[in-house]
Structure formats: structure tokens, C-alpha cells
Design a protein around this ligand. Structure first.
Ligand SMILES: Nc1ncnc2c1ncn2[C@@H]1O[C@H](COP(=O)(O)OP(=O)(O)OP(=O)(O)O)[C@@H](O)[C@H]1O
Ligand SMILES: [Mg+2]
Length: 241
């Protein structure tokens, strides 16, 4: 089992949409996949047709009774599962975070390893110096830092860096001279830049409006092709390891 952790270099770069799209693409390559939402905003579920008002999720279940987090696991299709965050008042969430130890997610993922080939996590962007706020995840996890080829991400990358995380460019628009230049520059400066970008594609936005991943909504779209290539790239990395 491989754990893939996606987080944005900053907010709004499309991390949640990519978790849904990548999970779906890996599943189409005959992989058993679980997608986990670690963001209290609980939006990943909307890519899988859950009702806006649905409150079930691992945090809700765990808050009701310790050890029940996995009861919130949903099967989207045979071999494709989703663990939503759930809807929890902030006070309850803070209480839950305080009474659980930092290793909880490493332990939880360990208990799931026999059932999945891939676990894809949607995690919040972490401010530098505040890494303690992030749950501890397995050392072997593949970390993908999502960014857009724009001046704000360039500034953040130059000042803060992204450690050893792989860099994944989303919403790439080849018509933009700035984006093409940044792609070249980052390729020279950052060996961890993933050779596959995900293009800006109206089908990605449409998919969320239809509450499904882009590979289901528009299988022949450019973004779907990009995500299939990304999934294939991840599989190839796995075989090389
Ligand atoms: N490649 C793309 N092309 C076009 N639209 C995209 C693309 N990727 C994501 N989007 C759209 O951008 C919007 C924001 O995406 P999303 O919610 O996934 O971002 P996020 O990084 O998870 O945000 P947050 O930081 O708030 O969690 C969504 O409407 C999504 O469909
Ligand atoms: Mg998100």
C-alpha cells in the first residue's frame, strides 16, 4: 500500500479536485483506492455525489465514540472508497484533536493497508513553522505539493521551498507566456517537479458542479488524460522503488 499526500503550496490551487481525480484515475488502472479527507471543510465528499447537508465522516464518528472513525468509510464503487471528514462544530473538533495523539493517522492507515493499494489524502496547506499542526503520516508517504504556475506560488516556492515534496502543477495554461516561463524555470531549479502537469480545463470545474470526479464526468477531457498520466507515473515510481 502506498500513501499519497496532497497539499497545496497555498489555498485554492485545486488540491481537493486533484485528490478526487487522481483517486478515480488510479482506480481505473485496476487499483484499490481509498481517498481520505483531512480538511475540516469536508469538501472532498462533494466530488462523489454526497448531499450538501450530509454530516457523516471520520471526525464525526470519532467524536461520538473513540475508535469509530472507520465506520464512516463509504464505498463509491468496488475497490474505490471515500472517508469524508464529516461536519463537526469547531469546539468538538478541537476537543477531538486534543485527546488524540500525533501518531493517530499513521496507526489508522496501518490498519487499512491490507485492503488498499493506494490511500490518497487531502491535507491542509501547512504554514511554515507550524508543521506540528499537521498529523504525523508514514515516513514512506509520497508527498505531492500542488501549485499553480503564477507569481504568488513562485514567491512562496522561492522563500519557503517545498522540502523534498514532489511539485505538481495544476491549472496549467500553455497560452500564458508567464506560465510557460515558470514551468521552464521550475524545471531547472526543482528536480522534484513532476513531469506531468494538469492543465486548466473547464471540465474540472464542470465535474464538481456535477458532483463527480473529472474522469467520470468527461473521460476524454484534457484534465482526465493528465490525471491518467499522473496515475501511471505514480505506478511507475512504485515499481521503481
Ligand atoms: N485544472 C483545473 N482546471 C479548471 N478548474 C479547476 C482545476 N483544478 C481545480 N479546479 C477548480 O477550482 C476550484 C477550486 O478547487 P479545489 O476546491 O479543489 O481547491 P483547493 O486547493 O482544494 O482549495 P482549498 O485550499 O480551499 O481546500 C474548483 O471549482 C475546482 O473544480
Ligand atoms: Mg481543498
Amino acid at each position: 500500500m502506498t500513501v499519497v499526500v496532497l497539499s497545496g503550496l497555498r489555498g485554492g490551487v485545486g488540491t481537493t479536485a486533484l485528490v478526487a481525480g487522481l483517486g478515480f484515475a488510479l482506480h481505473r488502472l485496476q487499483q484499490r483506492v481509498l481517498m481520505v479527507d483531512l480538511q475540516p471543510r469536508n469538501l472532498l465528499r462533494l466530488h462523489f455525489n454526497l448531499a450538501l447537508g450530509s454530516t457523516e465522516g471520520w471526525a464525526t464518528a470519532e467524536s461520538a465514540a473513540e475508535g469509530r472513525w472507520s465506520e464512516a468509510l463509504l464505498q463509491v464503487e468496488e475497490g474505490l472508497c471515500l472517508l469524508p471528514f464529516g461536519q463537526l462544530p469547531l469546539a468538538d473538533f478541537n476537543a477531538l484533536a486534543q485527546r488524540q495523539d500525533a501518531q493517530r493517522w499513521s496507526q489508522r492507515l496501518h490498519t487499512l493497508q491490507a485492503h488498499f493499494d493506494w490511500i490518497v489524502l487531502d491535507t491542509p496547506a501547512i504554514l511554515p513553522g507550524n508543521e506540528v499542526a499537521a498529523p504525523a503520516l508514514p515516513e514512506t508517504a509520497v508527498r505531492l505539493r500542488v501549485l499553480e504556475a503564477d507569481a504568488a506560488c513562485h514567491a512562496l516556492l522561492s522563500v519557503e521551498g517545498a522540502g523534498s515534496d514532489h511539485l505538481l502543477i495544476n491549472r496549467f495554461d500553455p497560452i500564458s507566456q508567464l506560465q510557460r516561463d515558470l514551468l521552464l524555470l521550475w524545471g531547472e531549479r526543482h528536480p522534484q517537479l513532476i513531469p506531468q502537469v494538469v492543465h486548466r480545463d473547464e471540465a474540472m470545474a464542470g465535474a464538481l458542479a456535477w458532483k463527480c470526479p473529472v474522469g467520470y464526468y468527461a473521460p476524454d477531457s484534457l484534465a482526465s488524460h493528465d490525471l491518467r498520466s499522473l496515475a501511471t507515473w505514480l505506478l511507475a515510481q512504485e515499481h521503481r522503488a
